[in-house]
Unconditional design. Structure first.
Length: 95
């Protein structure tokens, strides 16, 4: 989608990351150390800044214990439409 802006979704994801950190009783320092990133980068992720690398976001999701759930949620075979069109997963290219 040309021109689609994801700022709202990024902000919501950042809020969820911070929420998980708070629920788990982890400090920003603890999460940033576990993720191997700086506290500034964690702050940017929690603020929903879209310029943060996907790898850093994934490291934070792993550090708070939700990366597996996110990966599972993206699995096309976990949806009705994905299971219905599972045969298309064998193709090398989408058309």
């Amino acid at each position: 989608m040309a021109g689609y802006h994801i700022e709202r979704e990024m902000q919501e994801l950042g809020e969820h990351v911070r929420g998980w950190r708070m629920v788990l009783g982890l400090t920003a320092q603890q999460v940033s150390e576990r993720a191997g990133i700086s506290r500034v980068t964690l702050r940017r992720i929690e603020a929903g800044e879209s310029g943060v690398s996907f790898g850093n976001v994934a490291q934070v999701l792993r550090a708070i214990g939700v990366l597996d759930q996110i990966v599972d949620a993206a699995d096309p075979l976990r949806s009705d439409i994905g299971r219905l069109r599972a045969g298309k997963l064998q193709k090398k290219r989408a058309r």
